[in-house]
Ligand binder design. Structure first.
Ligand SMILES: Cc1cc2nc3c(=O)[nH]c(=O)nc-3n(C[C@H](O)[C@H](O)[C@H](O)COP(=O)(O)OP(=O)(O)OC[C@H]3O[C@@H](n4cnc5c(N)ncnc54)[C@H](O)[C@@H]3O)c2cc1C
Length: 369
């Protein structure tokens, strides 16, 4: 059956869904975006991937999603430079050290165990404390991932610029969506609005617990490329870009909401202090620029995908990935396309269902980086 599929939001999740729908032969795909492609978190993240989560559910999702990402990287017309550069936790804090020790046994049981070592074995770090190296994790370039998928399907999707504000429902089914003063007819509407997803759904009378939390990232001037892994300290995280800059941010939590996207001097100083303290050769390094974006937070820090039987038929969601949605976007787009076109329910659709909040089946993910 011919369907009109409208995707709200042109971040990595919206574009990935469009990519997978087109690859499966769907002809009528429209993406709606009110700013520009990758305006949201998809253009503002750190471009890292990992297998190492607190919960079995998210590790298992990553075990399917990361190989899928790496495979897609090789197929796209633009190269997102996906590399296994690793993650390193600097275990300076007793509490974090204990958590990682506990996590290592779960990770080992799931086949993604890492290695404890003295940080001084890593020739770019000045710390003598214990470190944990997870070599399976890595990095990629987020813009090239989204634009690579888009480049491949650009002649087969329609992009409409405007503010999506109202779902049109008739007889319990989605029949369209209002974009400013126009209505686009739709059999299926998918909400991939990132941090804006909860707000959009609430404005349409549907409660989906996704809230924005502002985060900042900074980039230094170049020094010699050495810090391959993402280094995670008790208060910051950082890594080298291939060009030689150090990119990273501060680990903190703030009040939820759409706070302004300015960067703060306090956080910049904290980031810089840790980089200067820990990275060999970075003693006098300065910050060149910084930016802010929103994590899309759910009560259990895990994403929401699929649909609810309580919703109008034809309404789907794929959002709420806190700080790890970029790496998962290729695989999530595939799962969603299979669900929408073929009614094929991947094993993760029930696990990450929007109904889990009412059914008290929360996932308890605590490793938000
Ligand atoms: C500082 C930071 C660091 C991060 N680091 C990583 C990382 O290292 N690895 C990782 O995997 N993830 C990371 N993330 C998370 C990741 O970036 C996001 O989870 C992911 O990009 C979400 O993609 P999305 O397509 O769902 O949403 P977005 O990219 O936010 O896209 C949503 C789009 O919807 C549009 N929109 C909003 N409302 C409307 C409307 N009413 N009508 C039309 N369009 C609308 C917006 O303009 C936006 O373009 C990070 C995030 C931040 C903020």
């Amino acid at each position: 059956m011919e369907m009109n599929v409208v995707i709200l939001g042109a971040g990595s999740h919206g574009v990935s869904l469009a990519y997978h729908l087109v690859k499966k032969g769907e002809k009528n795909v429209t993406i709606v975006e009110r700013q520009r492609i990758n305006y949201g978190s998809s253009g503002r993240n750190a471009g890292r991937f990992r297998y190492h989560f607190y919960t079995k559910e998210n590790v298992e999702f990553a075990k399917d999603a990361i190989p899928y990402l790496l495979q897609l990287c090789r197929r796209l017309p633009l190269n997102p430079i996906c590399m296994r550069t690793g993650y390193v936790w600097v275990l300076e804090d007793q509490r974090i050290s204990e958590v990682i020790k506990k996590m290592d046994s779960l990770w080992r049981s799931l086949g993604v165990g890492g290695r404890f070592l003295n940080c001084s074995e890593l020739d770019y770090l000045k710390s003598e404390s214990e470190c944990y190296l997870a070599p399976q994790d890595g990095s990629f370039h987020h813009d090239y991932l989204t634009f690579g998928m888009l480049e491949d399907i650009k002649n087969s999707v329609k992009i409409v610029y405007g503010d999506a504000n109202k779902l049109i429902v008739s007889g319990g089914r989605i029949s369209g969506v209002r974009i400013e003063n126009n209505v686009i007819n739709a059999d299926v509407v998918t909400v991939t609005l990132g941090a804006w997803s909860g707000k959009f759904m609430a404005e349409n009378g549907i409660r989906v617990p996704i809230e924005p939390e502002k985060k900042e990232i900074f980039i230094t001037e170049d020094i010699r490329y050495r810090v391959k892994p993402l280094v995670i300290t008790p208060s910051t995280y950082f890594s080298h870009t291939l060009k030689g800059e150090i990119i990273g941010g501060v680990e903190d939590t703030r009040e939820r909401g759409f706070l302004d996207l300015d960067v703060s001097l306090g956080r910049m100083t904290l980031f810089l202090k840790d980089v200067r303290r820990l990275v060999k050769g970075a003693e006098g390094i300065r910050v060149l620029r910084g930016w802010a974006g929103y994590y899309e937070m759910t009560p259990d820090h895990s994403h929401i995908m699929g649909y609810s039987n309580e919703w109008p038929e034809g309404l789907y969601i794929d959002a709420g990935y806190s700080g790890h949605g970029m790496m998962f976007s290729p695989y999530s787009g595939k799962i969603m396309a299979d669900l929408i076109l073929d009614d094929e329910k991947n094993k993760f659709i029930d696990v990450f269902s929007p109904d889990r909040f009412n059914l008290n089946r929360l996932i308890d993910e605590r490793m938000v980086i």
